[in-house]
Design a protein around this ligand. Structure first.
Ligand SMILES: Cc1ncc(COP(=O)(O)O)c(C=O)c1O
Length: 373
């Protein structure tokens, strides 16, 4: 039976959770450009621009910079699948949910997993980390730089240095740091980094930008067995993006989006962008402390992109979030796992990181806590 439908009308949410963050208007405009085919010269021109811009955003001279079709999890799985062969010793550093998830993937890809874990939101001791790696002598070492489940920034340099001493390759999750905090791939000794489009880059979810060092590419070429995942096989993806051979129908629209998001990063300049994130994060923390609340993560270890204030005693965090959604059309998130009901997770990242937004969040949060107390 014929029926008519009104055009879809999505609500205008204020996205201040752990991601997606607000999409930059210029990105929306780019996404309304005509779709071209995935083998069109204009598509490959965009791919090359994304390659160069990713080199800047990741602070690397790597040439293997690609955006994998899929969300951040696809980058994580690509990293694990391409650099793990059955029986490989895989050393995981974990102090949160996403660290644990890397371990789960490594197990599924047949790794012999050894884990150095800390409670959620506690830093690694560099000396302990070095000793763990020297003792275990793994082939792969993985760590999350920006742990979104806790709001913690993990230092990666000592871990990567020790990994290289034993000839391991390093995988670092930069999903919540790219475009908002220093990732510094070359300086930190990161071999494989992956991120997402929907946080610090101000785009919708849908792509996972990755970079791979020349030494990791050598490891890839020396694999004895084919990568289990066809879709995420980095050498096949290189054949597509560099060799222009069909692999899958990549979304031109998402490539326009990330090209624009990365162009905005380059125009602002990385240092200026980090400084904007740092200042807005510090203003947020000052406001939180003025309200009598505390932060979950110690000063100096906090993400500037994702803030985790503790839920005050006697306050139901679900009620706070519900109130913010209904009254302010504002999305924030709660904690989970050991932090369920204990922290809020509030994003100030990418296009969302402004002084005005910080004031708006603080004022709305104070209102919501009063309501939920
Ligand atoms: C640190 C970290 N790693 C991986 C992921 C997975 O990314 P996605 O949800 O885009 O698949 C997330 C998502 O928030 C994340 O925060």
């Amino acid at each position: 039976m014929p029926q008519s439908y009104a055009p879809l009308q999505a609500p205008h949410r204020l996205l201040f959770g752990p991601g997606p963050s607000m999409v930059a208007p210029r990105v929306y405009q780019a996404m309304s450009q005509p779709v071209v085919g995935h083998l069109d010269p204009f598509f490959f021109q965009t791919v090359e621009e994304v390659r160069a811009l990713l080199g800047y955003a990741y602070s690397t001279s790597n040439q293997f910079n690609i955006a994998v079709s899929g969300t951040g999890t696809s980058g994580m799985e690509a990293a694990v699948a391409n650099f793990t062969e059955a029986g490989d010793k895989f050393a995981l550093f974990t102090n949160g949910f996403f660290g644990d998830r890397i371990g789960e993937m490594a197990r599924r890809h047949g790794a012999q997993l050894v884990t150095h874990s800390k409670p959620w939101g506690e830093p690694y001791d560099p000396q302990e980390a070095r000793e763990f790696i020297r003792r275990e002598r793994p082939r792969i070492v993985a760590v999350v730089q920006a742990e979104t489940s806790t709001g913690m920034y993990n230092q990666t340099q000592a871990i990567c240095e020790a990994a290289h001493e034993v000839d391991a390759v390093t995988i670092v999750d930069c999903v919540t740091s790219l475009g908002g905090m220093p990732v510094l791939v070359d300086q930190n000794g990161i071999d494989i980094a992956y991120s997402c489009s929907q946080k610090g880059l101000g785009c919708p979810p849908g792509l996972s930008p990755m970079t791979v060092s020349p030494r990791a590419l050598e490891r890839l070429k020396a694999r004895k067995s084919p990568v289990e995942s066809f879709y995420l096989d980095l050498q096949l993806l290189d054949g597509f993006y560099t060799g222009h051979k069909y692999h899958h129908t990549a979304s031109a629209t998402m490539f326009y989006a990330i090209r624009e998001g990365l162009a905005i990063v380059a125009e602002e300049g990385l240092e200026a962008r980090w400084e904007r994130h740092r200042l807005n994060h510090e203003a947020f923390v000052a406001g939180i402390e003025a309200m009598g609340l505390r932060m979950h993560v110690a000063q100096g270890d906090r993400l500037w992109t994702l803030n985790t204030p503790c839920v005050p005693a006697g306050v139901d965090d679900a009620k706070v979030r519900q109130f913010l959604l209904e009254k302010y059309s504002m999305e924030i998130a709660g904690g989970f796992g050991p932090l369920a009901g204990k922290v809020f997770r509030i994003g100030t990242m990418g296009y969302s990181s402004t002084a005005e937004n910080v004031q708006l969040i603080l004022q709305a949060l104070a209102d919501a806590i009063r309501h939920a107390s």
